[in-house]
Design a protein around this ligand. Structure first.
Ligand code: SF4
Length: 381
């Protein structure tokens, strides 16, 4: 067992026997008020537990006020913009909730480096300087050589390059870091080990421990941004939030040079996916409570909202505690340069163009920041 796995296990946050549900139910209004009277931004398991409780729902307005104030203090009135670019929908895993699931029968696509650069050109012309490269998980089609080569080409146009691919080793991350990739998003999907194994019946993704360890490997290789999250809708959001908070606290303590960011991917309809996996879908109100509670425990964490959420909802969220939003997203390979035929990973909700998103931010009094990071900002780059 690795360090964090042990922490999670000892705290019974990996699905082991626990009484968190009853502790959460028993939180009193006085305990919530006591948390809100403390200096915001500091984590403890008990504080997070209280802030996600049903009792805290009556204090959402005060939580929002404090979260907004704290976010403005730490991040200013700016909002990072990024764009996801899918380079392949080949996948050897069988995640039950995903349109790219290996069992689904459709024509798979992997962009050549030139095709990916053509997509990236369209993205760069829209103004983005921060790009997230995504793919299904199949090392036969997307490997370190492919990503390094692509990154070297993209560096001409993009200052920040992140990946959301599949778990790799520390050595592989080190090679990617050298090629210019310095951020990673890797979601545990669910921290509940048993459920995780049920939802990932085939493929290397079945390895819960390896996935859990991945942010460590990336950080050890020098990655500056670590995006973590759980796929909301797979199990009770409150238990998932407790595990997520514990994960962030662990990473921040050990890898203080890297910024940890939370994402809140909510299950979305996907091709050939239906059924009972949507039973735990989180309501908008709980979604907001989860986000506010995490901000009030982690003052410096990035908070990312994607186009999975509707334009109206995003408009509301950005004024609370969000620091980064995607815009004009396509979730199919080649989508930016006109391929409407390749299969998307999931449906997006906010279909606003990057310009419209930038305008929405401006109307809300925020400055849209297209360039998140420049290697010149640090001495050792
Ligand atoms: S979630 Fe990722 S690993 Fe799972 S089937 Fe989809 S693309 Fe493959």
């Amino acid at each position: 067992m690795n360090d964090f796995e042990k922490i999670l296990h000892d705290a019974a946050l990996d699905g082991g026997e626990n009484n968190y549900q009853s502790q959460i139910e028993q939180v009193t209004p006085a305990q919530v008020r006591a948390e809100l009277a403390k200096e915001p931004g500091k984590f403890s398991r008990q504080r997070l537990l209280r802030l996600i409780s049903p009792a805290a729902q009556n204090y959402l307005e005060e939580m929002a006020r404090q979260a907004r104030e704290l976010t403005l203090k730490r991040f200013g009135k700016t909002m990072q913009l990024y764009v996801p670019m899918y380079v392949s929908n080949f996948c050897i895993n069988g995640c039950e909730y995903c349109g790219f699931n290996q069992c689904h029968d459709f024509k798979r696509v992997r962009l050549s480096i030139d095709q990916a650069c053509a997509d990236a050109d369209v993205i760069a012309k829209q103004g983005f300087r921060h790009i997230l490269i995504l793919s299904g998980e199949d090392p036969k089609y997307i490997d370190v050589e492919y990503l390094s080569e692509l990154s070297k080409r993209l560096r001409e146009k993009f200052c920040a390059i992140e990946i959301e691919i599949y778990p790799m080793s520390q050595d592989e991350y080190a090679r990617l870091f050298k090629s210019g990739i310095d951020g990673i998003s890797i979601y545990q999907e669910t921290y509940d080990r048993e459920l995780y194994e049920k939802l990932h019946p085939t493929g290397p993704k079945r390895d819960y421990s390896k996935r859990l360890m991945t942010p460590d490997y990336a950080a050890q290789a020098g990655f500056r941004r670590l995006g973590i999250g759980a796929l909301l809708g797979l199990r009770d959001w409150r238990l998932e939030t407790l595990a997520l908070g514990e994960h962030a606290a662990y990473l921040m303590k050990i890898y203080w040079r890297s910024q940890v960011a939370f994402s809140f991917p909510r299950l979305r309809p996907a091709q050939d996916v239906d059924g009972p996996i949507y039973e735990n879908i989180i309501s908008d109100k709980h979604f907001v409570q989860m986000m506010l509670a995490l901000r009030l425990c982690f003052s410096d964490a990035g908070i990312t909202i994607s186009t999975r959420e509707s334009s109206e909802f995003r408009k509301h969220l950005i004024k609370l505690c969000v620091t980064k939003v995607s815009a004009g997203s396509k979730t199919n390979p080649g989508g930016y340069s006109g391929d409407d035929e390749s299969v998307s990973q999931f449906e997006i909700d906010d279909k606003s163009s990057p310009k419209e998103v930038a305008q929405m931010l401006k109307d809300a009094g925020y400055e849209a920041v297209w360039k998140d990071w420049d290697a010149g900002f640090v001495d050792d780059a």
